[in-house]
Unconditional design. Structure first.
Length: 358
C-alpha cells in the first residue's frame, strides 16, 4: 500500500449514507453512475494523454478524474472511485484492453472450462492494491465534501465478460456454458465470489464508505437463472463482507446491489441483505416499492436517454421521479450510466431538480 494514513477529514455531507441506512434526510441525495466519464471534457483531456487502465492503475490520475464531476456540479451528494469492474479478471491473470469505440476486449477469453484452473486466485487482491491507494488518496483530497463509493462487478457479470471476451448482445457462449458445464460455472462463480469479498473488504479498509455491486448483465437471465447463477453469490458477498469487516474489527459499510435488467426478481433481491437496491428505468418506482417493502433503500432510475431532452423536460421528469419514490429511503440516480454525448447542462438540470423536489 502506497497510501497508509487513514485519518480522514470529517464528512460534511452524509445524505447518501443516511438514506442508505434509512435515516431522515433534509434533501434526497443524488449521484450518477459513470459520473466521471466521457461526457466531461476534462475527463477526455486526461484520457487523451493516458490509456484507460493507466488511469485506473495510477492513484493520482484515478483520484483526479473521481473529483472532476464534484468540481463542476455542486449538487452531487456522492463520488464513486474511478476504476472498472474488469480489473478483477486482470488480477486473475487475464489480459483486458479498452478499445476506443468498442469497449473492453479480452484477446484470450476463457475457451474451455479447464482454463478456469489457470486463473490466479492466490494474491489476486494484492494485485489490486492500486484501487485501495486511489480510494485512500481520494478520501483525503475530497476533504469530507461527500462520501466515496467503492464498487465491484458481480460474479455472473464478470464471468460473462471472461467467456465472451468483451461485451455481447446475446451472451451466446456464456449461455452455452450454463447448459453444458454447470459444475464448472459454479466453480468459477465461487472463485470470483471469494475474490470479490476480499476486494470489497480491502476497499472498505482503504476508506470506501459505501460499496456497490454491479450485476450489469442480469438482463440476460431469466428469473430462474437469476436464482441459480446470481442471487446466491450476491448473498454470499453481502454476508461475507459483514463477517470479514467484523473479524478485522472494521466499521460496517452499507451496500448496494444493482442488477440491470433484474426487474423480474426484485422480490429475490430484497432477501439478499443489501441496504440499497438499484433500479433501471424499466422498473416502476411505485411497483418496486410494493415488492421490495419499506425497509430497503431504492436507487435510480431515470432513463439516461432522458438527459438528451431539454433542461425543462429533464426537470419535470426528475421531479416526477422523486415524487414517485418519495423522500424516505431513496437515492436519486439514473437507471444506468450516463452516456458520452450527454450535454453538460443536463447534469445541472438533473441534480438541481432532485434537490428542489419535495
Ligand atoms: O461510475 C463511475 O463514474 C465510476 C467509474 C466506472 C467505470 N466503469 C468507468 C468507465 C464504473 C463504476 C464502471 C463499471 C463498469 N465497467 C461496469 C458496470 C456498470 C455498467 O455500466 O453496467 C461495466 C459493465 C464495465 C465494463 C466496461 N467498461 C464497459 C462495457 C465499457 C465500455 C462501455 C463504454 O461506456 O464505453 C467500459 C469503459 C469505461 N469504464 C469507461 C469509463 C469512464 C469509458 C471508456 C473510456 O474512457 O474510454
Amino acid at each position: 500500500m502506497q497510501y497508509t494514513n487513514k485519518n480522514f477529514p470529517a464528512l460534511k455531507n452524509d445524505r447518501l449514507l443516511r438514506a442508505a441506512r434509512g435515516d431522515e434526510v433534509d434533501k434526497v441525495p443524488v449521484w450518477v453512475m459513470r459520473q466521471a466519464g466521457r461526457y466531461l471534457p476534462e475527463f477526455q483531456a486526461v484520457r487523451a494523454k493516458h490509456d484507460f487502465f493507466t488511469v485506473c492503475r495510477t492513484p493520482e490520475l484515478a483520484c483526479e478524474v473521481t473529483l472532476q464531476p464534484l468540481r463542476r456540479y455542486e449538487h452531487l451528494d456522492a463520488s464513486i472511485i474511478f476504476s472498472d469492474i474488469l480489473v478483477i479478471p486482470q488480477a486473475l491473470g487475464m489480459t483486458v484492453e479498452m478499445h476506443p469505440g468498442l469497449g473492453p476486449v479480452f484477446p484470450e477469453p476463457l475457451k474451455d472450462p479447464k482454463e478456469i484452473n489457470n486463473l490466479q486466485e492466490d494474491g489476486a487482491v494484492s494485485r489490486l492494491t492500486y484501487v485501495g491507494d486511489a480510494i485512500t488518496l481520494t478520501r483525503h483530497k475530497i476533504e469530507g465534501k461527500v462520501p466515496l463509493i467503492g464498487f465491484t462487478g458481480a460474479p455472473f457479470t464478470l464471468m460473462g465478460y471472461m467467456i465472451e471476451g468483451g461485451g455481447s448482445k446475446t451472451m451466446s457462449k456464456t449461455k452455452e456454458w450454463l447448459e453444458k458445464y454447470p459444475k464448472d460455472i459454479h466453480k468459477l462463480l465461487s472463485l470470483l465470489t471469494r475474490v470479490i469479498i476480499d476486494y470489497l473488504v480491502m476497499q472498505a479498509e482503504s476508506g470506501a464508505q459505501l460499496l456497490q455491486v454491479f450485476e450489469s448483465s442480469a438482463d440476460h437471465l431469466t428469473r430462474e437463472q437469476f436464482m441459480e447463477f446470481s442471487a446466491p453469490y450476491l448473498k454470499e458477498i453481502r454476508s461475507g463482507v459483514t463477517q470479514k469487516l467484523n473479524n478485522n474489527k472494521l466499521e460496517q459499510v452499507p451496500m448496494t446491489v444493482f442488477a440491470k435488467g433484474g426487474g423480474h426478481s426484485l422480490d429475490i433481491q430484497a432477501t439478499l441483505g443489501y441496504e440499497t437496491i438499484g433500479l433501471d428505468w424499466t422498473v416502476d418506482p411505485i411497483e418496486a416499492r410494493k415488492i421490495i417493502g419499506a425497509n430497503i433503500t431504492l436507487q435510480g432510475n431515470l432513463d439516461p436517454q432522458d438527459l438528451y431532452k431539454s433542461p425543462e423536460e429533464i426537470r419535470t421528469l426528475t421531479k416526477q421521479m422523486v415524487q414517485n419514490f418519495g423522500k424516505h429511503r431513496y437515492i436519486a440516480n439514473l437507471g444506468h450510466g450516463i452516456t458520452p454525448q450527454t450535454p453538460l447542462e443536463s447534469m445541472t438540470a438533473f441534480t438541481e431538480a432532485v434537490h428542489e423536489a419535495l
